[in-house]
Design a binder for this molecule. Structure first.
Ligand code: PEP
Length: 243
């Protein structure tokens, strides 16, 4: 299965989202074997879901809290995300790890909570430039994926997102992507029961319609998690078509 997910991050207002949905639907034709997702900010989840879900597009949240409810001002639970029509949730994005102190321990709880509420966890992993330059890329990926030993098998998508390639226009080289994805697959085989479920591994980091076809040719690249380019409905529809 191929997968393409738009991560809008903290962008777009309701009117922009309506225009995006219209522009996307005018160009998008669902294809078998291709799963397309869109992750709008919380206030737009219902609106975007209502606009595009009927075309089979899955709505993802960009984060969720592990507790189902309670005194957690400013947080949104997996139960609320499911209630708002989400099919999945992005977890462990590097911006959450770096800017909001999201830890691997918190991610264990979040992956479990997402599955409890029938949300597909899309777990992001990736190394910083300093870590890559110091030769620690695989150690970092191994550490970030080791949470799966605690969450156990279950539905999961993984996104390899080298932090230095996110929003920078710097795309990882094919060899770097190949090495990382093969390593992630080996770890998934270790931590999850392969016969039971094989998680797709997406690449993220300055994906555009210009570079996506080459990325899709790399073994174990099942698709893309797309930030900047996904804000343009024509580009995102093109990426969905390429997948
Ligand atoms: C992302 O936000 O996950 C991402 C990969 O962003 P960009 O495509 O802008 O690099």
């Amino acid at each position: 299965m191929r997968c393409v997910v738009a991560n809008w991050k903290m962008n777009l207002l309701a009117a922009d989202a309506a225009a995006w949905s219209e522009g996307f639907l005018a160009r998008y034709a669902p294809a078998s074997g291709v799963a397309v997702g869109v992750a709008p900010p919380f206030p737009l989840l219902r609106q975007v879901g209502d606009a595009i879900r009927s075309r089979g597009v899955r709505i993802f949240a960009q984060n969720g809290h592990a507790e189902a409810k309670g005194a957690f001002t400013g947080e949104v639970s997996m139960a609320q995300l499911q209630d708002a029509g989400c099919a999945g949730v992005i977890l462990g994005h590097s911006e959450r790890r770096q800017l909001f102190g999201e830890t691997d321990a918190a991610l264990v709880r979040k992956v479990k909570a997402a599955r409890e509420w029938n949300l597909l966890p899309l777990l992001c992993v990736g190394e910083t430039l300093t870590e890559r330059q110091a030769g620690f890329t695989l150690e970092v990926l191994g550490q970030q994926l080791s949470i799966l030993a605690e969450t156990g098998p279950g539905p999961l998508w993984v996104a390899y997102e080298p932090v230095w390639a996110i929003g920078t226009g710097l795309r990882a080289e094919a060899d770097q992507v190949r090495e990382a994805h093969a390593f992630i697959r080996a770890k998934l085989d270790l931590f999850m029961d392969r016969g039971d479920y094989q998680a797709p591994i997406l690449y993220g980091g300055s994906v555009t319609p210009e570079n996506f076809p080459e990325l899709l040719n790399i073994p174990e690249v099942a698709g893309g998690l797309v930030g900047g380019a996904s804000l343009d409905p024509a580009k995102f529809a093109e990426l969905a078509k390429q997948a």
